[in-house]
Design a protein around this ligand. Sequence first.
Ligand code: 3NM
Length: 210
Amino acid sequence: MKRDDLQLYFIMGTSNVLNQEPLNVLEKALQSGITMFQYREKGLNTLTGQAYEDFARKCQKLCQQYHVPFIVNDDVELAIKLRADGVHIGQKDLPVSMVRKKIGNMILGVSVHSQAELQTALQYGADYVGIGPIFSTTSKSDAKPPSGTDFLQQVRIQYPELPIVAIGGINCSNAHTVFKAGADGIAVISAICQSEDISNTVSTFKSFVE
Ligand code: 3NM
């Protein structure tokens, strides 16, 4: 994968979008210049079964039109079935080693919160790591307490070339601090899903890219 793909990584599931068509939100975000997309169907009233798969396919098709990598959260089987560009896993999902075996050379992103988790992710060939939550977030019910940028800075110093995306509570007012700390990019849910002007939000974020 290209490190630049992480610059503005939009994450969405149907429950993240209120009063709008989720696919319209994704299309606006793609038109505005997001660089990567993750389908993450979590929370209340989520899609299941065929509706879940159909929605994932629609998101994938849109991403393909805009040449933006389409990543599936957690669901390795769906990612393989759809031939997604990649999978993102957290620490509660299958072990990194097993996921790597299953997906071959698809993109593998892993959320890490400590040196031990980072070392395991690197050992088994994560293509990028997600570090967070940097700030407090209401988009993930089981998010850890906000960590600030210390761990991110430390990992950047240790691994100058490692693709790193920061996540959690990132908005147009605080994104610059995350790039300054060494992130290649930011991953956001609410900043885009709840934006009244997605094009403006995306351009503001992209103006901070180092
Ligand atoms: N993962 P928002 S925080 C999906 O810390 C997710 O690993 C996190 O949403 C982690 O941009 C988070 O609305 C939610 O804060 C990010």
